[in-house]
Design a binder for this molecule. Structure first.
Ligand SMILES: [Zn+2]
Length: 96
């Protein structure tokens, strides 16, 4: 089981959290301008890299806040946990 650092509450068991998917890609600003293939790519295709991955998590059995976690997909080592302070929803994330 992972031990995840919520940026608001501190270190907690993974069972308190819900995975929200890969942080990127960003939601297109004008989805109607995309082709069906481009829209399907945004909706369904992810990189699934071997190594570092930016992920969204929500502390669903804690503070209820969304945040971004950088996790190594090979070792599950957690590199960084940061709040999504300027984001209106789970489909948009900050750059860094
Ligand atoms: Zn929390």
């Amino acid at each position: 089981m992972l031990r995840i650092i919520c940026p608001y509450c501190g270190l907690r068991d993974q069972t308190e959290f819900r995975f929200g998917g890969e942080s990127k890609p960003r939601r297109p600003s004008d989805p109607a301008a995309l082709s069906d293939t481009e829209w399907a790519g945004y909706l369904f295709y992810r990189e699934n890299p071997r190594g570092l991955l930016n992920e969204r998590w929500v502390h669903s059995y804690g503070c209820g806040q969304w945040f971004e976690l950088v996790r190594d997909t090979v070792t599950h080592e957690l590199k960084r946990s940061a709040p999504l302070v300027d984001l209106p929803g789970p489909h948009q994330v900050s750059d860094d």
